[in-house]
Design a protein around this ligand. Sequence first.
Ligand code: NAD
Length: 357
Amino acid sequence: MSLFQESFATSFPAVRVRFGAGVRHLLGDEMTALGVSRALILTTPQQADTGAEFAEALGAGAVGVFAGATMHTPVAVSESATARALELRADCVVAVGGGSTTGLGKAIALRTDLPQIVIPTTYAGSEATGILGQTEGGRKTTLTSAKVQPEVILYDAELVRSLPVSMTVTSALNAMAHAAEALYAQNRSPLSTLMALEGLRAFRAALPRVLDNPDDLRARGETLYGAWLCGTVLGSVGMALHHKLCHTLGGSFDLPHAETHAVILPHAIAYNEAAAADLLAPIATIFDGPTPGEALHRFALSMNAPTALRDLGMAEANLDRAADIAVQNPYWNPRPIERTALRQLLQAAWAGDAPQV
Ligand code: NAD
């Protein structure tokens, strides 16, 4: 089937991507090519050892390590990391980690215009977008700016080997959600659709192999390839119900990011599948199910993904409030956002039921 569209407008940022097992050892070359020589390395406290290894390998090319990245990119952490970058006269940031660490690098870039090199260790996809979510005073806001788009991404399969299997699955479903919603995005293009379908196919093919053998570098590489494609579409087209709902659940009820995406994905796609039938049909084919939502649900079950919001700490008594918040700010979605239907979706997702159309 051709993905031709009669009209579209699109642009993709100029990002350098280097891919391959062991490619992290070429970080020094990439810094030279970028014209920088004083890196501030960023990690979470949990990945501080990895940060120290990078600093040692770079030698004089690393001016310091800031191992304080944390979930939701709190402004206070970003400001203290920015102060550290300025004090050390860093001329670039190197973020080694998942979406939280990448978010910190973006927050520093927003404040300083320093170039960013990202070395992802999850599949979240933030490294491929110019989107930054930040929190201050318990409120999460999101901005999109070329200033926060990372310049270089190094995808090294050896670094995702340490991602625990449960996080591997939820992070993969988080990435797949970007691609699934890209299929019906209003501003989609043939290229975003090509990337979204290929990203979904990559996860479909490789994730079961990673579960069989988490050290399978070829399979790990293929999942990172999926993450790159899915992240790139996230940065290129608008998202709808699935991402808004996950934002509400994460922001207002403090539910964990990747797990929430994993639970909601089949339900959000089932909600939209009649309104975007042709566009979503390839999902049923790729994941081999009777409908797109059911196919994703079965795939999630087969990967032992979490399927119930109640298992993530969501109280049933909060579902009404979640539905109220989710309908407050209107946004485009292939099917209109109706409170009753959304409340039903939340109930099914809370209980871990199969998605309802
Ligand atoms: P994360 O970055 O919060 O990482 C979760 C935990 O896993 C951390 O403790 C981290 O140190 C650890 N970890 C990461 N990689 C590991 C590895 N290979 N081995 C062992 N431990 C590892 O999780 P995430 O899901 O990657 O990112 C979530 C955040 O990213 C959210 O705040 C979300 O909003 C944001 N995000 C932003 C965008 C965007 O485009 N702006 C896109 C996707 C996600």
